[in-house]
Design a protein around this ligand. Structure first.
Ligand SMILES: C[S@@+](CC[C@H](N)C(=O)[O-])C[C@H]1O[C@@H](n2cnc3c(N)ncnc32)[C@H](O)[C@@H]1O
Length: 204
């Protein structure tokens, strides 16, 4: 599994210089979803898989954000964005979501956007989030998942090796099921685009 983790990490290191460019067509839609999602962030926030830091400008000014990613090259881009927007309330750390270096019950809000498609062991990562989120805290997610449509779902299974190889991202993850497996019981789900892009709020 370490080999698999390194492989995904290296794919994001490789793609970091062009990541924003590649994602640009999606971003027009995604920026309003990000803004709305992050308006619900409160207190001490952990962002998992910060990538190039696209969410950073949208956080309310009164939260403190600790943002982690296991790709050094992605974190470097996020640092540029942090500087560009003068965000003194943001701390960036290189860390694996599957082994979070934080005490239990540390954060009021945990955020992930388009991350659990690529975390190599998604349930392990979600269990870590469950552990570090305070019992009265919440998890805010924007994630694309496998469609449950009778044609689209199996098609996503067949096509999955392609994005996995190019990006390190799976298009057939069942993230809501994975949240349940990780111990989350109270989960609110809104479909933003078909049954594929979802806004998820989960309570530990
Ligand atoms: C598709 S990008 C999304 C980036 C950002 N959240 C966004 O919305 O633009 C996925 C990010 O998750 C990170 N990632 C994947 N698995 C991870 C893990 N196990 N630990 C930390 N970061 C991880 C990748 O390095 C990458 O930066």
């Amino acid at each position: 599994m370490t080999k698999q983790i390194n492989k995904i990490q290296q794919r994001y290191d490789r793609i970091a210089p062009v990541y924003d460019l590649l994602e640009n067509p999606m971003e027009r839609m995604a920026s309003s979803w990000r803004e709305e999602l992050l308006s619900f962030a409160k207190g001490a926030v952990l962002e998992v898989g910060v990538g190039t830091g696209k969410n950073l400008p949208y956080y309310p000014k009164d939260v403190s954000v600790t943002a982690i990613d296991f790709s050094r090259a992605m974190i470097a881009r996020a640092a540029d964005r942090k500087a560009q927007h003068g965000l003194s309330n943001v701390t960036l750390l290189e860390m694996d979501a599957q082994h979070l270096d934080f005490d239990d019950n540390t954060f009021d809000t945990v955020v992930s956007t388009c991350v659990f498609c690529s975390v190599p062991l998604p349930v392990a990562g979600l269990k870590e989030i469950h552990r570090v989120c305070k019992p009265d805290g919440k998890v805010l997610m924007l994630e694309h998942v496998r469609s449950e449509g009778p044609i689209l779902g199996p098609l996503m299974d067949v096509l999955n090796p392609l994005p996995l190889h190019l990006y390190g991202a799976n298009i057939n993850r069942r993230t809501v099921d994975n949240l349940r497996r990780a111990g989350f019981r109270d989960i609110e789900v809104t479909n933003l685009w078909k049954d594929i892009i979802k806004r998820i709020t989960a309570y530990p």
